[in-house]
Ligand binder design. Sequence first.
Ligand code: SF4
Length: 372
Amino acid sequence: MSNFQDIFNQYHWDTVKEKIYSYTASDVQEVLLKEEINLEDFQVLISPAAKPFIESMAQRSRALTRKRFGNTIQMYVPMYLSNECQNICTYCGFSLTNKIPRKTLSDEEILKEVAYIKQLGYDHILLVTGEANSTVGVAYLKNAIKLIRNHFSNISIEVQPLNQEEYENLIDEGLYAVLVYQETYNRATYKTHHPKGKKSNFDYRLDTPDRLGKAGIHKIGLGALFGLDDWRVDSFYTALHLKYLQQTYWKTKYSISFPRLRPHEGEVQPKVEMTDADLVQLICAYRLLDEDVELSMSTRESETFRNNVINLGITSMSAESKTNPGGYAVDQKSLEQFEISDERGTNKIKAMIQSQGYEVVWKDWDTSYSKK
Ligand code: SF4
């Protein structure tokens, strides 16, 4: 059986980049006349030449999203379980060499956080940890899922990449989705930003969605961290990855996230800036490429930006996020992974979404649906 590496190796970063920057306005006009957008068309839509066409892309993106998802925005919330990490990632507050107090939640603390999050109304939760196998390995994750599975109908994780069997074990416990961002598809840039720890293995990370697909996960979340390298090229590779996975593991659902570098302990400046207009262009391009993919927007983005992108193609949003372990109810002062930008409470976000004519969805899946 093939894997994404075989496709990835057929492309060269600099050639892709050159192509994206060579498109003209007439190429964009031609693509916008098409009913079906393919990967080459996607390159055209994320090119600088497509900037003047954002409004017409946005109209089409809005219509496609409403047709497929209705007037709904799904809400989720992250719960950080630990900030311990054996990796060095230059852009992250939890990086090994950052001298910060480390914390991993106990069972009792997890349940305290759960109680707080539940009273806010959430039914979809995203568990987040760093990569520290001795403290937050598979056994810890398995225990955490068991502890909380009766409280949430949908449990996702954003943790270190695991092997296929480990994913299968967690799926058996009630795991629904895994978010695993490649950060950047540029090997050299990846090496610069991940100099030490298991995460420095580019290929193992690149193969992770394949292992997830083989394990039979319900949903996989993809993305790149914008700012590490050229967002246009990274987005093309993410789209390439998405299309390969959809064809190979067609029973699985997919989502895309759009994290831009945020301030944290141990600053890294973006190599290539991604403006708000660039991000809007990208959201619309993904929707035009794929009607079914979920597009997710976190609280990394500002209030104004999040208010404005609701009706452009986004289908899920987090709110009131804390990016520190125990940040909701246990230890509000422990160090954050990164600073969030939109600090509004859940009720305010809910009101903002409703004021734009959208319905807030707290639950669109229950793990019991998949029980044999
Ligand atoms: S990004 Fe993840 S793996 Fe890297 S230092 Fe932060 S928590 Fe650890």
